[in-house]
Ligand binder design. Structure first.
Ligand SMILES: [Zn+2]
Length: 255
């Protein structure tokens, strides 16, 4: 697939020292991970979002909220990283500095091999305790006593995911902003939720002198803010971008 990016844009990208990629729901779709709305069906449709995905809902019925996220964790775990996920790993390995900022919670960037990763909305594969904030990547659970308790302090575990009405974590947000301000090129990859402060990242990057490239299946709001726009399915556009950066054939295949 020929890449619809002018040579001067490619040259700027090839010589970049710090590249930042921003991903969201569009990335999850490349692996067919159901979105919140797509998962909110069947037996779950009887519950309001406020009952399933808010801290108040968790306090009212922690077991139900835990099971909802457990259901979504299983959906994510049964998906495989896509060619687009792997292309971002290749990009990370190519540049001296790279930061991947994601709104996805499915853990697929990590499973693909991305390591310079800021998960702004948390991750389904982790839990943290309600009282002290201890973060766990594995835990024992028994059907009768859900949610499980924290092995360190005994308080109830909750998904390590930002629920509706909760702010983004300060530390991650600070790191993300810093990366966007420092980068030479910002890649806005696929559909990204247009919610502050993430929606202002393209402005922030441009103000700091970075080149902004939007890659999306359709016209996204970020297309209007970008210096260059690539409208192609991400599973084609990102591997093609890797090929254009490093040259030669990108032969990676999904196992
Ligand atoms: Zn704890």
């Amino acid at each position: 697939m020929p890449l619809t990016l002018p040579e001067r844009a490619l040259e700027r990208l090839r010589t970049a020292r710090h590249v930042v990629a921003l991903t969201g729901g569009g990335m999850a779709a490349t692996s067919s991970v159901p979105s919140f709305r797509q998962a909110h069906t069947g037996e779950w449709a009887q519950f309001d979002v406020s009952e399933l995905a808010t801290q108040q809902g968790f306090m009212r019925n922690p077991r139900r909220v835990w099971q909802w996220y457990d259901y979504r964790r299983k959906l994510a775990d049964s998906a495989e990283p896509s060619l687009a996920h792997y292309a971002l790993v290749d990009i990370e390995q190519h540049f001296p500095a790279f930061t991947l900022i994601t709104q996805t919670i499915d853990g697929l960037h990590w499973r693909a091999g991305s390591r310079e990763l800021i998960e702004l909305n948390g991750c389904l594969r982790r839990a943290r305790c309600f009282e002290a904030g201890h973060v766990l990547s594995s835990w024992d659970e028994e059907e009768e006593t859900l949610p499980p308790n924290c092995p360190h302090c005994g308080s109830s575990l909750r998904p390590d995911v930002i629920m509706f009405g909760e702010g983004l974590p300060d530390w991650e947000l600070k790191r993300a902003r810093h990366a966007v301000e420092q980068c030479d090129v910002l890649l806005c990859v696929g559909e990204i939720s247009a919610i502050e402060p993430v929606s202002s990242f393209p402005f922030l990057a441009r103000r700091s002198g970075a080149q902004v490239i939007s890659l999306a299946d359709d016209d996204s709001i970020y297309s209007m803010l970008a210096d260059y726009v690539i409208v192609e399915p991400l599973n084609q556009a990102l591997p093609a971008l890797v090929q254009a950066i490093v040259g030669g054939e990108n032969t990676r295949q999904v196992a």
